[in-house]
Design a protein around this ligand. Structure first.
Ligand code: FES
Ligand SMILES: [Fe+2]
Length: 403
């Protein structure tokens, strides 16, 4: 290794050393957790309010709403929402509810429109949220229309994603939430110039944290995915950066194996690793050698035993890929199909089983090992958000270990 080597290559070599030595980065302790963390409706309500109602999380890639009037609807943990592209190129997020008598304003999952028009008494709203039409206004009576536009949630577009805080009274500052390290990392990837080739949501009978945990976990690969992911990625080898709220880690792909015995010198090993970003509170962003995958996990608005996972395959646009449209589509469609098969045939059945197990009355305490670093970061930071300040500090100091 030379001193002129890029910092990323240094991190990759740290992962390679772990592979050579059969080691991995470790957290400073084992911690315990309880089954009720995944089943208790009181805990679930605190998470909805104190996590999703306070901090930014990703709801879409910007490319999913390319033109003015493009919209999508979503169930967030606290609000049903419409995300809509504005005429000025920006985006806004509104509560999907008519201000007359509260009908669900937009029923379609996706579409393009000039106005949102309520099916009950046909009030209509501009895509910027202004109340445009009160039908039979002369008999309805005078109202101050400026007070009855759609309710807007704080949202911001940054690094190619639309971020939202799920509370109309909150404020949003994505850069501040990401912190300098993660904001800088994301700013270098050009995600805003890429396109979401495919985005799909899956409603699963599994708590959102069980889902999120599984997609930060480098320990299960060879056991749960022996014939798929484990053929390509090493198990239990991670070179880690803990940035306090978010984290990032490098895991070696099996194509790196030649360099276990040989010295790669200054050669870039970037194509031999996957770099995972945990974006607190609920996203995993995987940087593959030539594309990204974003996985998000959202609690159900009522039931702790359900959540929605969304998966996005974010790739360089066809125009810059050097491929013709047919080849480009075929390659990414095949990639998507492989991802879906692993999810549906391998991860989801296991995770449904975890949720079923957690519903056992006498589940007993369970453990996160020192090798499960990203899971520690997730639970540590979650605890900081949902616990009163003094309790969170104690937990971070290790005084609240429950193993
Ligand atoms: S509830 Fe929407 S117009 Fe009456
Ligand atoms: Fe998995």
């Amino acid at each position: 290794m030379t001193s002129s080597i890029a910092p990323r290559e240094t991190r990759i070599r740290r992962a390679l050393d772990h592979l050579r030595n059969e080691t991995t980065d470790e957290y400073d302790r084992i911690t315990g957790f309880r089954a009720t963390d995944f089943t208790d409706p009181v805990i679930a309500a605190r998470e909805r309010d104190l996590v999703f109602g306070r901090v930014p999380s990703i709801v879409a890639h910007s490319s999913e709403l390319p033109k003015a009037g493009d919209f999508m609807t979503l169930q967030l943990p606290r609000n049903k929402v419409i995300i809509v592209r504005q005429r000025d190129g920006g985006s806004k997020v509104f509560v999907n509810l008519c201000r007359h008598r509260g009908a669900l304003l937009e029923e379609q999952e996706k579409g393009r429109c000039r106005l949102f028009s309520c099916g009950y008494h046909r009030w209509s709203y501009d895509t910027n949220g202004e109340l445009r039409t009160v039908t039979r206004g002369s008999t309805f009576g005078e109202i101050d229309r400026s007070r009855y536009g759609l309710i807007e949630l704080p949202s911001q577009e940054r690094h190619g994603f639309i971020w939202v805080v799920d509370d109309a009274d909150a404020t949003i500052d994505v850069a501040d939430w990401l912190g300098p390290e993660m904001d800088d990392a994301l700013s270098q990837y050009g995600l805003q110039d890429m396109v979401a080739f495919q985005a799909e949501g899956f409603d699963e009978p599994v708590n959102w944290k069980i889902m999120q945990d599984a997609f930060l976990d480098g320990y299960h690969i060879q056991y749960a995915h022996p014939n798929t992911a484990a053929k390509h990625v090493h198990t239990n080898v991670q070179a880690f950066e803990d940035w306090g709220r978010h984290c990032r880690f490098i895991a070696p792909r099996k194509t790196i194996d030649r360099w276990i015995d040989e010295d790669p010198g200054d050669l870039s090993l970037a194509k031999h690793v996957i770099e995972t970003h945990f974006l607190m509170p609920n996203s995993t962003l995987l940087r593959q050698p030539d594309h990204f995958q974003l996985l998000t996990f959202r609690p159900h608005p009522k039931d702790p035993g359900w959540s929605r996972m969304e998966m996005r395959l974010i790739v360089p646009r066809c125009e810059v890929s050097g491929m013709d449209e047919g080849t480009w589509s075929k390659i990414w469609a095949k990639n998507w199909k492989i991802l879906l098969a692993v999810l549906h045939e391998e991860d989801f059945p296991l995770l449904r089983g975890s949720q079923a197990g957690m519903e056992s009355a006498s589940a007993g305490p369970m453990l996160l090992g020192r090798n499960e670093v990203a899971n520690h970061v997730f639970h540590r930071e979650l605890h900081r958000l949902v616990s009163p300040a003094d309790e969170a500090d104690r937990a971070v100091d290790g005084a609240d270990d429950r193993c």
